[in-house]
Design a protein around this ligand. Structure first.
Ligand SMILES: *Cc1c(COP(=O)(O)O)cnc(C)c1O
Length: 354
């Protein structure tokens, strides 16, 4: 693929490296590519970062045909740049595309687009420990037409955002709120796709949780409100009686790449690892009798996020006396070490861009 590149004449000033936060700043350029009916993908290009033009009837604005991904580029020693298992993100984006009746993107083109864009804006990659360049690929239906059907035209774009360290002062176990009323996904729905329609409806519940002093929502299954599914936009793990348990993927849970990496490492270390349904009753019971040694969320943004408190039906339950567990810390250190090129990479997870 030949990417037409038009560089900006007016580079932005760099944000304060100490206050990057998450997703607040965008780099100088973005990648765009159009899809037009039977002609397929056309006009791959890198242009100065800026507004998109959309017809108000663009179908994404009405029927939510949108999918996205999230991964990070890391500054490695010796000025190298790498991604973490990007082929997995591409496969997941294409699986989201199939669910939303959108066109797939060839892996090689997708990788090339990320590579050329990231290398062009490489001096935006922050270097302080724990910082990275967040990569957000997305696709939207652009055809201007009212009527519920798959669009004929799409825009694929990639934007980049330098992000700060998630744990500048070390781990801080979070308080999570179990919603026994609202659900994120149901069997047969699009829960396993990274499509924007899965996220807007969760804001109402996060707001309620935040008002009660919780950082995240723990989602239960849509049918019985009994089995644990995910926490916020992360997957969830419980270390219970020396067994690492996570709910099985089954259509309602987002297949996290961090989740997959945790499972891989834990199995490689010889831990007992099980993907099985786990009820909220078993979790609460484990908090009470001490069987629950650790609980943590996994996702690209925070990697591993220990859970300290679980609020359920008006009561707070403490996990592992509210401290960060050893396994959580060990998994975090290992994954971060691989991502930043500070540890060996036995599974070939690093993808060097230069
Ligand atoms: C993106 C996401 C995850 C985590 O996936 P990673 O690939 O590990 O970042 C988990 N749950 C939901 C709902 C998500 O959107």
């Amino acid at each position: 693929m030949m990417i037409d590149t038009r560089e900006t004449q007016h580079g932005k000033s760099r944000p304060d490296a100490a206050n990057l936060g998450f997703g607040q700043f965008m780099t100088d350029h973005m990648f765009l590519m159009d899809y037009e009916g039977d002609q397929g993908w056309r006009r791959p290009r890198i242009v100065p970062y800026g507004d998109l033009r959309l017809d108000p009837a663009a179908m994404v604005l009405h029927y939510n045909q949108e999918i996205f991904e999230g991964l990070k580029a890391y500054a490695l020693p010796e000025d190298r740049v790498s991604l973490f298992r990007p082929q997995k993100n591409i496969a997941r984006m294409n699986s989201s595309a199939r669910r939303m009746v959108m066109p797939e993107i060839p892996e090689q083109d997708f990788l090339q687009a990320m590579q050329e864009l990231i290398l062009l804006d490489r001096d935006w990659i922050p270097k302080a420990p724990g910082t990275s360049l967040y990569v957000r690929p997305a696709m939207i239906a652009t055809e201007a037409a009212l009527g519920v059907r798959p669009a004929q035209t799409y825009l694929f774009f990639i934007i980049l955002s330098p992000v700060g360290a998630y744990y500048p002062q070390g781990f801080n176990p979070t308080r999570i709120f179990v919603s026994d009323t609202y659900v994120r996904a149901v069997q047969g729905g699009p829960g396993e796709a990274k499509t924007s329609g899965n996220y807007g409806p969760t804001l109402y519940v996060s707001k309620e949780a935040a008002a009660r002093g919780y950082a995240q929502v723990l989602w239960l299954d849509g049918k019985e409100h009994r089995y644990v599914e995910e926490v916020g936009t992360s997957n969830i793990f419980f270390y219970l009686n020396e067994e690492l348990v996570t709910p099985p993927l089954g259509g309602t849970i987002l297949p996290g790449i961090t989740r997959d990496s945790v499972l891989h490492l834990a199995r490689d270390w010889g831990l007992r690892v099980t993907e099985r349904p786990i009820s909220i009753d078993e979790v609460i019971q484990g908090c009470q009798d001490g069987a629950l040694q650790e609980a943590f969320a996994s996702g690209t943004a925070a990697v591993i996020s220990p859970v300290g408190t679980i609020g359920y039906k008006g009561l707070d339950y403490t996990v592992n006396t509210g401290q960060t567990g050893e396994l959580s810390k060990k998994l975090y250190d290992e994954i971060i070490g691989i991502q930043y090129g500070q540890r060996p990479d036995p599974f070939g997870w690093r993808y060097l861009l230069d």
